[in-house]
Design a protein around this ligand. Structure first.
Ligand code: HGY
Ligand code: MN
Ligand code: MN
Length: 419
């Protein structure tokens, strides 16, 4: 553990951090489930946070608009009309029963940073904050929908994705007031971009362990997500001897344990986050089980090799139990490596807070920077998350660390603008 460094935040950052902490609390109340934070794509809550945050953007001097995919944008032009555009941002959507900082604090830090660095006039770059509308994929299973539209990689097959109520993405789009045929208008023009910077809480314990408030992200995990259907045969729970059973739940349970076993043995992370069983009666052997798999690794090749091994394990389990175990891929994002030029700017920002040896770390969590990394250079600034808990109400980041992050982000933006 490195010796604790003497780092301190500026008065401006300290005041902005207090404001941001209050804003995180205010947005936490915009939820579809009172008492829990759940805010999903194309929902009334999505519309409400866009309206609230747009007001904070305008108060900060940004001009605002909502793009054709429901993302909220705020912009301050550069000193010249042809100035390159530096993008900043993160996401406003959440998982179910979420914490109040994942994504949110990065959007709000970007807004206050733009206000701060343009207080004395425009920079040589235009600054555009994007509050992405669906990073988590909570509603439709496919993550990064909002930033995929901005990166110009929207896939027409996504329109048929459905939510838990059977509403298609296309119908949800239309009900939200968006026109599916115009989603491509959300795409940015890569040639004008100077890059993308994202501040985000670390969703793990490594900054805490290192005794540092901030960190430079080196790369973002490559991810694949699947829904898996185990089809056996529903039968009487009493009259059916074991040798005649094709129990879908037990096959799915074995498959979930196989995911854990194979990932543990190969330094990857695989998670079965959801499972439903049918017909779901106490006295019926389950005939059908559906479950999700979220698989991540540092490199695409390793991730794919692990998935091959998992599918072989599924086949063996299915064969032994007379249950078909069929995965369908619903999301895939390649590993994204942060750009050294932007990492240097983030590192300089952290050093400006008095931290002599900024820690570098690999992000096992996914981020909108993965989409932006398809069209421009990206870098991320992580903020310490004591205990590392995230995707949980106890997720936390201190106001002091937000202030340090604001000072670092302001310096990083200044470096990129001056380059
Ligand atoms: O799932 C993730 O890694 C991110 O928090 N959406
Ligand atoms: Mn998240
Ligand atoms: Mn996030």
């Amino acid at each position: 553990m490195s010796a604790p460094s003497v780092v301190r935040a500026s008065a401006t950052a300290t005041a902005d951090a207090a404001l941001i902490a209050g804003w995180c609390d205010e947005l936490a109340a915009v939820t579809e489930e009172p008492g829990r934070i759940t805010r999903v794509y194309l929902s009334p809550e999505h519309a409400r946070v866009n309206a609230i945050v747009a007001g904070w953007m305008r108060d900060a001097g940004l001009s605002t608009w909502q793009d054709a995919a429901g993302n909220l944008h705020g912009r301050v032009d550069g000193a010249t009309p042809d100035a390159p555009v530096l993008l900043l941002g993160s996401h406003l959507d959440t998982v179910v029963d979420a914490g109040r900082y994942d994504g949110i604090v990065g959007v709000l830090m970007a807004i206050r940073t733009v206000a701060r660095v343009t207080a004395d006039g425009p920079l040589p770059v235009a600054l555009e904050v994007i509050a992405f509308s669906d990073e988590e994929g909570t509603r439709f299973g496919k993550a990064l929908l909002g930033s995929s539209a901005v990166a110009g990689v929207w896939d027409e097959s996504w329109w048929d994705l459905t939510d838990g109520d059977g509403v298609t993405l296309r119908d949800a789009f239309t009900r939200f007031g968006l026109d599916p045929s115009r989603v491509h208008e959300a795409a940015v023009e890569p040639s004008v971009l100077a890059g993308y910077l994202e501040a985000h809480i670390e969703q793990g314990p490594y900054l805490e362990q290192a005794g540092q408030a901030l960190g430079v992200v080196t790369s973002i995990a490559s991810a694949r997500r699947f829904t898996v259907e185990a089809v056996g045969e529903a039968r009487h729970a009493g009259g059916t001897p074991y040798d005649r059973r094709h129990d879908a739940l037990l096959a799915a349970a074995e498959a979930a344990l196989a995911v854990e076993r194979i990932c543990r043995a190969s330094q990857h992370v695989g998670t079965v986050g959801t499972m439903t069983v049918e017909p779901g009666a106490v006295n019926v052997v389950p005939g059908l089980a559906r479950f999700s798999v979220d698989l991540r690794g540092e490199f695409d090749e390793g991730r794919d090799a692990v998935w091959e091994e998992i599918t072989k394990a599924f086949a063996l389990i299915g064969e032994r139990r007379g249950v078909s175990v069929e995965p369908t891929e619903v999301h895939r994002a390649p590993a994204v490596f942060c750009a050294p030029r932007l990492m240097d700017a983030v590192r300089a920002g952290i050093e400006s807070t008095g931290e002599p040896r900024p820690i570098e770390l690999f992000s096992r969590a996914g981020h909108d920077a993965m989409s932006l990394g398809l069209v421009t250079d990206v870098a991320m600034l992580f903020l310490r998350n004591p205990d590392g808990i995230s995707h949980h109400p106890d997720e936390f980041v201190s106001t002091e660390d937000i202030a340090l992050g604001l000072d670092a982000l302001a310096v990083a933006v200044g470096r990129v603008a001056a380059a």
